[in-house]
Design a protein around this ligand. Structure first.
Ligand SMILES: [Zn+2]
Length: 212
């Protein structure tokens, strides 16, 4: 199976202006609202991952285009984003200006078999991981929001900035999933009209997906 190319873009601009794709706006989000927003995001994922077999299908892509992740693959990635980010937030809260270990998200998708994951299991584990992050953020007080940490690519975050950044990541992936559902539905409708079977989707892209 082909895998989406790793995302190497720096998405830290999402802290300073609204995302033109998913519409998330960090500048109008108060960090103290992030626990509630994380729980709301997990609830939306639960709905998205409960849509049956479409969740396991990769959206069709034009010839020559990189593969795109299925909803269950995006869900498994988002579950891991929550888990990795919670560890990093704990580091920031406990250590002085830590540097985070690198996380190779493309490799994780392969090693952990995202494409073969059970969608109900992913849904449950994503909600659990999001709940842990929300519980942690609930305990952050006052100046703790300004504690810092640095990603392995040199990007520095505060606790507040990182919480807002991750909230974009998990929101944007839901948007990715909705786009995928739409292209699958469109391809199925086209196939029904022309009487040809739907395009086989053995190619998944996390291209353009933010890195946590
Ligand atoms: Zn976005």
């Amino acid at each position: 199976m082909d895998h989406p190319p790793p995302d190497t873009k720096n998405w830290s601009w999402v802290l300073t202006r609204p995302c033109p794709q998913c519409g998330y706006d960090a500048t109008s989000t108060d960090p103290t609202d992030t626990p509630a927003l994380v729980r709301a995001n997990a609830a939306s994922w639960r709905v998205a991952l409960s849509r049956g077999e479409i969740v396991d299908r990769r959206p069709p892509v034009s010839p020559g285009q990189p593969p795109v992740w299925s909803a269950v693959e995006y869900g498994a990635h988002t579950r891991d984003v929550y888990a990795v980010s919670t560890k990093r937030l704990i580091q920031m809260l406990k250590k002085k200006a830590p540097t985070f270990h690198d996380w190779d998200q493309g490799q994780a998708a392969i090693d952990d078999g995202y494409a073969q994951s059970d969608r109900n299991r992913v849904s449950y584990d994503l909600a659990s991981a999001a709940g842990k992050m929300a519980d942690l953020l609930d305990k952050v007080r006052g100046e703790q929001w300004q504690r810092t940490g640095t990603r392995s690519d040199g990007t520095e975050f505060t606790v507040a900035g990182y919480a807002l950044y991750i909230l974009h990541d998990v929101t944007h992936h839901l948007w990715d999933v909705e786009q995928g559902f739409q292209s699958i539905a469109d391809a199925d409708a086209d196939a029904n009209e022309s009487g040809t079977p739907p395009i086989a989707e053995d190619e998944p892209s996390s291209d353009g997906s933010p890195r946590p």
